[in-house]
Design a protein around this ligand. Structure first.
Ligand SMILES: [Zn+2]
Length: 450
């Protein structure tokens, strides 16, 4: 069930590009070579086949070609309007403007390309720049605009009549209707501890324009896709059951989104451990400090790119010896310690697979966790592999799902060969099982990528 709020009166957001009509002119001149009518036909033919432009995948099936060709005697030959051809499949080049899902497609990529946008009502200029700047900086209010694009070509044409230089300019105008409907909602109204909600702003084109205040210490990181802006809201086992609110601020307007946290059944364990065992493991303060400092540093890493597209794998088969979130009461303590991942026991030396595609952001030795690998999968979603006997990857490697990144071991504070596997979004531990069974909220991003 979605909590959907539609902001009807909101300006600036999703835009649809309508091509109601389009006009293009090519004016070119040719210099040198034999020139004349034959050269003119060659130039015209080149432009008709290659210097074509369409907007938003809607081909400009017809446009005017008018121009002048100067031959070697200096005489000018003008030619009448002529229908242009659609870009050929094999030669087409695309200049994408990601923020509107709009694209200008050319038969051959131009040497220079510029866009200007004016307000249709008063002709006031609202944007001028490159296609890339258009993607990054053009944040219009809803309304009617006129998009003007200029492309230039400098080509050497080899023809039967000889070689000559051609300069062509292609100009294109299209009406642009900006009608952005902003939709801000949570992917679900209920979330289990260990799962992830997706905070969605469908249609929003600027991740800097939105922020969210949570009832716990976590700062959502919004990423932009062609569909809008999205952030993971992760829930670890410390988030108590109950009803909560998130206050979202988007360009000065606030929305309150409600959600309910539920707690799954966790295993409960009562242990009696001798004082000497405690002091030889977690009692080592300098080692724990080193580990915590490194984990905090890694938790802050967030790549915009989402490296994965397939489900997350369990990195190694074996016996689950300690479950995610288990409540472990040691020596009758009042509060339990919790387990941030799952322990998978199996033979030392068993290859450990990358749970999914990503970027290795840590591959080194720490006293607490031994040989350790951390992979960033995009948007702050990470997997951790602890106590390895050896490393088969290095920091900076981009790994594929299933790649061997190390071997099962018992380095660091470990009583037997096992893999401690942990998943996090930012600093929040999430349940590996929701990743493995495909139910995790992180998978909702797949629908938002286009
Ligand atoms: Zn563990």
């Amino acid at each position: 069930m979605k909590t959907k709020i539609r902001w009807m009166n909101f300006t600036v957001i999703l835009l649809s590009v309508l091509v109601l009509s389009a006009m293009a002119w090519i004016i070119f001149t040719a210099f040198g070579g034999p020139g004349g009518a034959a050269a003119r036909e060659d130039a015209l033919s080149w432009c008709a086949q290659n210097a074509t432009m369409s907007l938003s995948g809607q081909p400009v099936s017809s446009y005017g070609l008018t121009g002048v060709l100067r031959d070697e005697t200096g005489k000018e030959h003008s030619f009448a309007e002529k229908d242009g051809a659609s870009p050929s499949e094999t030669q087409s080049e695309t200049v994408r403007m990601e923020n509107y899902g709009a694209a200008l497609e050319f038969g051959v990529r131009p040497d220079t390309f510029a866009i200007t946008v004016t307000n249709a009502a008063d002709g006031a200029a609202v944007f001028s720049g490159t296609a890339q700047e258009f993607s990054q900086n053009f944040r219009p209010q809803n309304g009617e605009y006129l998009l003007h694009a200029d492309a230039t070509y400098a080509k050497t044409l080899q023809t039967d009549q000889g070689t000559y230089e051609m300069r062509a300019q292609l100009s294109f105008e299209a009406p642009l209707t900006v009608d952005i409907k902003l939709d801000i909602y949570l992917s679900d109204e209920t979330v289990s501890q260990g799962d992830v909600l997706l905070l969605c702003a469908d249609g929003l084109q600027d991740p800097a324009a939105i922020s969210a205040e949570l009832p716990f210490e976590y700062t959502p990181v919004f990423e932009q896709t062609p569909s809008g802006c999205y952030a993971y809201i992760p829930f670890n086992y410390m988030r108590a059951e109950g009803e909560y609110e998130i206050t979202v601020d988007c360009m000065g307007t606030q929305q309150v989104l409600k959600y309910t946290v539920t707690e799954p059944d966790y295993e409960v364990q009562h242990l009696t451990v001798s004082a000497s065992t405690v002091s030889s493991t977690v009692g080592d303060n300098s080692a724990v400090t080193e580990y915590n400092r490194k984990m905090d540093e890694l938790a802050a890493v967030t790549d915009s790119e989402i490296y994965w597209s397939e489900p997350f794998l369990q990195p190694v088969e074996g016996t689950i010896t300690t479950e995610f979130g288990i409540k472990r009461f040691t020596n009758n303590a009042d509060t339990p310690t919790r387990h941030a991942g799952i322990d998978i026991a199996t033979a030392e030396g068993t290859p450990v697979a990358a749970s999914n595609a990503g970027r290795v952001i840590f591959a080194d030795y720490l006293q607490v966790s031994g040989y350790t690998v951390v992979i960033e999968h995009g948007m702050g979603l990470k997997t951790f592999y602890l106590h390895l006997s050896e490393l088969d990857c290095a920091e900076g490697d981009v790994v594929s799902r299933g790649d061997t990144i190390g071997k099962v071991g018992m380095t660091g504070f470990s009583t037997g060969p096992h893999l401690h596997f942990q998943a996090q979004v930012g600093s929040m531990c999430i349940s590996p099982w929701y990743l493995f069974d495909g139910s995790s909220g992180v998978y909702l991003m797949q629908d938002k990528m286009s």
